[in-house]
Design a protein around this ligand. Structure first.
Ligand code: NAP
Length: 310
């Protein structure tokens, strides 16, 4: 019998109990999954940041921790975690992010606010939006989510630039790596999308200097992680009109405190970390598949590289 501890918050257990049980059964795994279990029995932990577990050394036969979240910044540096850690890559997460990113890119590209928010009897002459083929959209981070967004935006005919650590090549996008590549991409990004993980190398990546590289009137969309942007530098760039707008889904402190300047800023849109979410049905299949692989001695998918932090 394989013992799987579901340690992802009490609220999640109700949603995951049935699909995870079914996925483990379908994978042919004789498994017991429960939100409480004697530590000495636990083989795998299904984890989210809502987990109360901080000392992984308390689980003597633990084989792996499987994160329900794509972002693993809150667990990856835990010194008690010495077994493999996997992050979540699932269709639901990917599809949700593509829809959210595409929606917000189109909002800014088409200037939808002009017509949605200010219907005041003025016939706005000359407000025909440009075609996507004349708009450059840049994506920092070309992993599971960045690649999917790049493909969707390229499919709409946007000029897509991408930047990542290794500079992966993508159909329909011009990709870059390294500091010069970043400067090149930023200097052309009319709409910039951040889909990087939070790591020591990406924290404050979008500081005052890099924000200044963006073309005047650029829009920044951040569904990645709050610390990717220096908040004060962003507010300063918005104040002086260098940036036209920031659409932010993630923040250094979540929930974003009620008094935070982002809430009231006319050029900031706040969404409450809802760009995308792991979906129980698809994610349960990924978890079961990874446990099955490990049980067969095969390598699990979506392993986190501890030295890189993602
Ligand atoms: P992923 O597959 O691990 O991809 C990460 C990408 O970032 C890769 O392209 C990687 O480059 C690049 N990268 C990492 N460090 C870098 C650095 N120092 N310089 C340049 N590029 C770097 O991650 P994912 O599944 O696409 O998810 C991305 C992030 O989205 C997550 O970490 C999470 O923070 C966020 N997220 C947010 C939500 C939400 O609802 N707001 C939902 C899910 C995820 P290489 O390709 O060269 O390795």
């Amino acid at each position: 019998m394989i013992n799987v501890l579901f340690s992802a918050g009490a609220g999640q257990w109700d949603a995951y109990r049935a699909p995870l049980t079914e996925a483990l059964e379908d994978a042919g795994l004789p498994a017991r999954i429960a939100p409480d279990m004697a530590p000495e029995d636990v083989d795998y932990i299904v984890y989210s940041p809502a987990s109360g577990v901080t000392d992984f050394a308390a689980f003597p036969r633990l084989r792996a921790v499987l994160s329900l979240w794509a972002g693993v910044e809150r667990i990856v540096g835990n010194p008690t975690l010495t077994v493999p850690l996997t992050r979540m890559v699932d269709d639901g997460l990917r599809e949700g992010m593509v829809e959210w990113v595409t929606g917000h890119v189109l909002r800014h590209h088409l200037g939808l606010d002009r017509h949605v928010a200010t219907q005041d009897g003025t016939w706005l002459e000359g407000s025909v939006p440009p075609l996507a083929r004349h708009r450059t959209v840049a994506i920092l981070g070309l992993g599971a989510l960045g690649q999917a967004c790049a493909a969707a935006l390229a499919g709409l005919n946007f000029r897509v630039l991408g930047w990542s650590r290794t500079g992966a090549t993508l159909p329909g996008a011009e990709t870059h790596a390294g500091p010069e590549g970043l400067a090149y991409v930023l200097s052309r990004a009319e709409i910039l999308i951040l889909l990087l993980p939070e790591t020591p190398a990406t924290t404050n990546l979008m500081n005052a200097e890099r924000l200044a590289l963006l073309p005047p009137g650029a829009v920044i969309i951040n569904p990645g992680r709050g610390p990717l942007i220096d908040d004060d530098a962003l507010l300063a760039a918005l104040e002086r009109g260098h940036l036209a707008h920031a659409t932010l889904d993630v923040f250094r402190q979540e929930p974003l405190p009620p008094g935070h300047p982002f809430w009231a800023h006319p050029s900031v849109t706040v969404t409450p970390h809802i760009a995308s979410a792991t979906r129980e049905d698809t994610a349960s299949r990924i978890i079961a598949d990874n446990i099955s692989r490990d049980q067969k001695g095969a390598q699990m998918r979506f392993l986190v590289d501890r030295s890189l932090g993602y």
